[in-house]
Design a protein around this ligand. Sequence first.
Ligand SMILES: NC(=O)c1ccc[n+]([C@@H]2O[C@H](COP(=O)([O-])OP(=O)(O)OC[C@H]3O[C@@H](n4cnc5c(N)ncnc54)[C@H](OP(=O)(O)O)[C@@H]3O)[C@@H](O)[C@H]2O)c1
Length: 268
Amino acid sequence: MTIRVCLAGATGWAGSAVARAIAQLDDITLVSAVSRAHASRTLGDVLVEPRLTCPVYATTQEALAAHECDVFFEFTKPTVAKSNVLTALQHGAHVVIGTSGLTDADYEEISAAAEEYRRGVLAVGNFALTVVLLQKFSEIAARFIPQWEIIDYAHDDKKDVPSGTARELAYRLSKIRSSELTVPLEQVQGVVEARGAQITGSQVHSIRLPGYTISAEIIFGMPDQKLTIRHDSGSSAQPYVDGSLLAIRKVNTFVGLRRGLDSILDLS
Ligand SMILES: NC(=O)c1ccc[n+]([C@@H]2O[C@H](COP(=O)([O-])OP(=O)(O)OC[C@H]3O[C@@H](n4cnc5c(N)ncnc54)[C@H](OP(=O)(O)O)[C@@H]3O)[C@@H](O)[C@H]2O)c1
């Protein structure tokens, strides 16, 4: 059985790497792609990969109306991601979300729609295996250490803050506990924003500067000792490909919203 996929963002940095990987597979096929700038062409023309014969559409609605798919893969921008995902669920597709910047409120809405349409949605803030491990190690640490802060580093033109990785990490730690603050925010003297943003029980600081690619760091602090866990991405999108393909293969095995690649991996 071949899994038929519609890939929104197929011409982008991350989406094109996933598309090129799919071109080499027998068990997954791209039936349509979404990109405004390249609408009406074939994806193979755009990516110079003749095995990708699927057409490109300007909108998700057009792509889904023209071709039935089993899985819709969202890799565009946070401004359109939620609406794309809800449209795909209405069309009966399972959904993988790679796009970052969706809020917890967005995910609540998506979760309700996934249950309503009896489809699986897998949202993964970062598909890289080393980030999955950062999340797991942090969850273990949060069981023993009650205070931590998250720092998210990225290139200066990354618009969404905090990163999907930082949001997902904060969300996951909130299931264990909220980080304690020795001085509560309302008692801070000076500019309270200097303490970062409070995201689901974690203080999160986003740095956007030339010279950075993408990194995520979490610091756990205890009296007289600290633990720092940090992930650094390189400049290619390759680390995200294997996790994306795994997500496509597994998203039809459950109903409702799951967040994080480890929800379909056995890390025990
Ligand atoms: N989860 C992960 O592991 C992971 C890894 C890498 C990136 N990301 C996230 O994935 C998203 C995409 O990143 P990227 O670096 O690949 O971005 P990118 O290079 O800018 O690519 C964006 C893609 O989306 C399309 N697009 C943008 N706006 C659109 C719209 N309104 N309607 C239809 N298509 C639209 C673009 O084509 P057109 O401009 O032609 O429309 C392009 O194909 C970001 O949110 C990023 O943070 C996540």
